[in-house]
Structure formats: structure tokens, C-alpha cells
Ligand binder design. Structure first.
Ligand code: GAP
Length: 508
């Protein structure tokens, strides 16, 4: 069963390929692995670095008003008080008193909500869709009848519950009713075992220095953004920038996620690529629009299919504590749509909060207009690991050539960890020496791979599976006319070029 699943489930196939080829694999494996932590191997690490570098160049080379920063992972604890993370950065969690597992409330109640509306529509089958629902329409003693009553009572909307439409009801109140109605653990199946939701803070805590007390508590950053806010003045002054300007940073972030999973999609340690754009108050909407377009285009530039991308706007009642408006770019992963990046209007929330908490002036003085203000911030916040997962999912291909199955990663050459392989057809007759010469000429300029072992077909397959775009093969004809074959990964087409042209070919 499990084997079948691995053979057909696209994510399982990708996970197996990533392990087989040293791209990404379970961390601490010799100790049985550590949940949701991954290591990036000889082909995964350069692939991830390539994506991060493309992002960095896109930000800092294409825009002369965006500069880079590398701020600390552990900041002053007061930063997290001021930023609102200690109070607000939490997920409501439910625990099962039977199996002790913890779940995000949203994950538990979503199926309950679907069940509520499904049952209602079945129970009301004699009614027209869109008809008003009253408790007395539903069977006595049913959870649906009691829940409908509670909703109507709470919302003071006695006659306004319409099939399929939820009245304007606070999310957590609705969740509470659902938990009352259908309380059953999604893991162990025990009924009435889910406890009342509690807020669970996602910050990773540690201790700094030799003494362990409340004064030594430190936190690993849950977003890279805060370091940018703290440093914004020194960065702007040293780089001689004026709003609008941006500060870009890539680096690790840590969140004690309740539920992790889907390979590298949601982990507790991950990398972000964040850019904070400081603008004049009143100019936020215009910049938010511009950055939405630029960020969308960046994913296309990585070779991601446009029809696998979509926008999701956060409803106002689900915005993060710092955001006034938030848009996600989502990718259609094998397990469904998932967020790659958030583009947020953070307004002046962060600078004002840090000014108030630190007592330091974080306003900007515009010496031409002679006005002082807190710049407003448009944030683009992307996940590096998730982008890599999207790139991998998008690139994973299978085909069949002359009855032989093959798997390959159709990676954009910019992202491919190895740009080309050099193979002698056979080791003997001087072919290996010619191949080694070509390889030596390339290796200081490009990541290239030399392989003289095994059948040529096998060597091609190995390169296909890590997405190497070109393979140069040195055969007997090379000895006659100094030409080598170039094979292009996606079409398998081969052409002959002069061996002195190999470097220029790759450059192009
Ligand atoms: N500074 C804003 C911020 O951090 P976010 O939407 O919470 O916003 C931004 O996170 C991006 O970071 C997400 O779009 C996602 O790509 C990535 N991310 C967040 N949590 C993650 C996790 N647990 N594992 C992997 N990536 C994550």
C-alpha cells in the first residue's frame, strides 16, 4: 500500500527523488530523524543558494534604491514585546485529552464546518437552496438544531441564517459552536475529547548567557523583518537613501509551528527572503500594487507556470496583527494551494511601536519638504524553502523514450545546481583525457560534473534527475574532427559543436 502510494503520489515521488539524488533529505537521520527538519545536500544547497541569489540580485541590482542587510537572529527581547509577537504571534490550538495530540483550531473545525452545512442541506432537502433556516426545521436533539439556535441567538438575527451563508459571526465563536457540536479527535477518533482552544505562542525561546532566569530569555526571530525596522535609519543614512527605498534581507527564521509537514513546505526552521520598502505616508497603495506585480513576475522568471499561481487576499478579520492589507502569492502544490509569499501593507505599525518602546526617534525628516513622518512600509516576504519546493514540483517530469522511463527536473538553467556534465563515451583510447581537459577548462567558471563510470545512458539519467541542462560527450568522432555532442535535457536533442566552443556555448 505504502509502496503504491510512493509510486503514484507526486509529492512522495519528489521526496524520494530528493533523497536519492542528495537534494533534500531528513535531518539527524542516524538518530531516527527529527520531525520536520531537513538538510540540503550537494545538489539541494546550491539550488537553494541559486534561488536566494536570484532574489537578492532582483532586489539589489535591479533597484538602485534597495540595499541589503544581514541582521542578527536573536534580537533584544524587548523587540518582540514591541512588535506584538509575544502577545499576538500565536495560533489557537486544541488538545485531545485522550491522545494528547495538539491541532490548529482551523484544521480541526474546517471539516466540522463542511459537515454542518452538508448535514443541514440533507436535512432541509425539501427546502429550496438559499431558504432561511430555523432550528425547528431540523430534527430535535440534533447538533445542527442546537448549533443553528446558538448562531441565531448569538447573532441576534433570529431569521437570518440562510443555507450555505454564515451570518456575520466572529470566527472563534463559530469555531466554538462547531467544537461543541462535533467534538471528535481527528487523530484518535475519540468523541468529546477535544479541550477548549488555547493560544499557543509560536516564538522559539532560548537562554542567553550562563544564568537562566527571566532576564536571560531570548527569542529566535520568527521573521527577518524586525532587524530591518530597527536598523532602518543607520542603513538609509549610510547608503544615502531617501524614501522610497528598500532594505532586503535573507536568513533563517524560526516558528514553533503546531503542525508541520508537506515536506519542506512548513517546518519550524526555515529561510525567508524579505524586503521592506519605506515610503511616504499616502503612497502605500501605489507601491503595494507595484510590488505585487514585480513579485508575481519574479516567480514566472524562475520558470514557474503561470496557471499554477494565484492571488489570495487575506480577509480583514484574518490579518496578522501588524498588517492593514495582505496578499499572498500561492502555488498549486500536489497537496493543494499553498502560500509562497506575502505582500503586506504594514503601515507605520512597526516603526511607531519600536519608537514607543525604545524611546528613540524613528521618524524620517524630509529636508526638502521640511516635514517629519514615520515612513509607511510595504513588505514583500517570501519563503525560500517553499519557493524551492514550488520550483521542484513544477520541474518534476516523467517521460518515456524508446520504452525506457525517465525522470527529470526541467529546472531553469539559472537554478540548476550543475550546469553541465562532461562524459567520455568510454574510458580508454584517450577519450577520458580529452574529456578531463574540457572539464578542467569549465570547472572554475561553472559548477560542472565529470563522470567516466558506467553506461552512458545511466550517466545521462543521473544528470536528468538533478536537472543538469547540458551533457557534453566526447566520443571517437572527437578524435577525428575535434567536435563533441551536446545533449539538451528536456528534448534529448543532440548536436555537435567544436570542443573549443563548449565554454562559449555554456556562457550563452
Ligand atoms: N514578515 C512577514 C512574515 O513573516 P508570513 O506570511 O508569516 O509573513 C512569510 O511569512 C513567508 O515565510 C511565507 O509566505 C512562507 O513562504 C514563509 N514561511 C512562513 N512560515 C513558514 C514555515 N513554518 N515553514 C516554511 N516557510 C514558512
Amino acid at each position: 500500500m505504502a509502496k503504491n502510494n510512493k509510486q503514484t503520489d507526486p509529492l512522495a515521488k519528489l521526496v524520494a527523488l530528493c533523497k536519492r539524488r542528495g537534494i533534500v533529505f531528513q535531518s539527524s537521520e542516524i538518530y531516527g530523524g527529527l520531525g520536520s527538519t531537513y538538510d540540503y545536500g550537494p545538489y539541494g544547497a546550491p539550488m537553494k543558494n541559486n534561488i536566494a541569489r536570484l532574489w537578492w540580485d532582483d532586489m539589489t541590482l535591479k533597484h538602485d534604491n534597495i540595499v541589503g542587510l544581514d541582521s542578527a537572529v536573536i534580537l533584544h527581547p524587548k523587540v518582540w514585546e514591541a512588535s506584538g509577537h509575544l502577545k499576538e504571534f500565536s495560533d489557537p490550538l486544541v488538545e485531545c485529552k485522550n491522545c494528547k495530540k495538539r491541532f490548529k483550531v482551523d484544521d480541526v473545525v474546517e471539516p466540522f464546518s463542511a459537515k454542518f452545512w452538508k448535514n443541514i442541506s440533507q436535512m432541509m432537502s425539501s427546502f429550496e437552496p438559499g431558504k432561511l433556516i430555523q432550528p425547528e426545521h431540523l430534527p430535535e436533539g440534533s447538533p445542527e438544531r442546537s448549533m443553528t439556535g446558538k448562531i441565531l441567538l448569538h447573532a441576534q438575527l433570529k431569521d437570518k441564517l440562510v443555507e450555505g451563508e454564515l451570518p456575520d459571526l466572529d470566527n472563534h465563536v463559530y469555531n466554538e459552536y462547531l467544537l461543541d457540536a462535533y467534538n471528535q479527535c481527528p487523530a484518535c477518533g475519540e468523541k468529546n475529547s477535544l479541550l477548549k482552544p488555547r493560544d499557543f505562542n509560536l516564538m522559539f525561546q532560548t537562554n542567553m548567557g550562563p544564568v537562566e532566569d527571566e532576564n536571560s530569555t531570548g527569542y529566535f526571530r520568527p521573521e527577518t523583518a524586525q532587524g530591518i525596522f530597527l536598523d532602518y535609519k543607520i542603513v538609509a543614512e549610510s547608503a544615502r537613501l531617501k524614501p522610497p527605498f528598500g532594505i532586503a534581507q535573507t536568513g533563517k527564521a524560526f516558528r514553533n509551528e503546531i503542525t508541520t509537514g508537506n515536506f519542506i513546505f512548513r517546518t519550524r526552521e526555515f529561510e525567508q527572503m524579505e524586503m521592506q520598502y519605506f515610503v511616504k505616508p499616502g503612497e502605500t497603495s501605489e507601491w503595494l500594487e507595484k510590488w505585487r506585480q514585480l513579485r508575481w513576475d519574479w516567480y514566472l522568471s524562475l520558470g514557474i507556470d503561470a496557471d499554477k499561481l494565484r492571488w489570495h487576499e487575506h480577509p480583514k478579520d484574518k490579518l496578522a496583527h501588524y498588517a492593514k492589507e495582505a496578499w499572498d502569492i500561492e502555488y498549486l502544490f500536489p497537496f493543494g494551494w499553498g502560500e509562497l509569499e506575502g505582500i503586506h501593507d504594514r503601515g507605520d505599525f512597526d516603526l511607531k511601536a519600536h519608537q514607543e518602546a525604545s524611546g528613540k526617534d524613528l521618524t524620517w525628516f524630509d529636508d526638502q519638504e521640511k516635514e517629519r513622518y514615520h515612513p509607511h512600509i510595504v513588505e514583500t516576504s517570501a519563503g525560500l524553502n517553499r519557493t524551492m519546493l514550488a520550483v521542484l514540483c513544477n520541474a518534476y517530469k516523467e517521460d518515456e523514450q524508446a520504452g525506457e522511463k525517465r525522470v527529470y527536473l526541467a529546472l531553469d538553467p539559472k537554478i540548476a545546481p550543475v550546469k553541465a556534465a562532461v562524459f567520455p563515451l568510454v574510458k580508454k583510447d584517450g577519450l577520458a583525457e580529452i574529456a578531463a581537459e574540457i572539464y578542467d577548462d569549465l570547472r572554475t567558471r561553472f559548477p560542472v560534473f565529470y563522470d567516466k563510470q558506467g553506461s552512458i545512458g545511466r550517466r545521462y539519467r543521473r544528470m536528468d534527475e538533478i536537472g543538469t541542462p547540458f551533457c557534453f560527450t566526447i566520443d571517437y568522432q572527437t578524435k577525428d574532427d575535434d567536435t563533441v555532442t551536446v545533449r539538451w535535457r528536456d528534448t534529448l536533442k543532440q548536436e555537435r559543436i567544436h570542443k573549443d566552443q563548449v565554454k562559449a556555448y555554456l556562457e550563452n
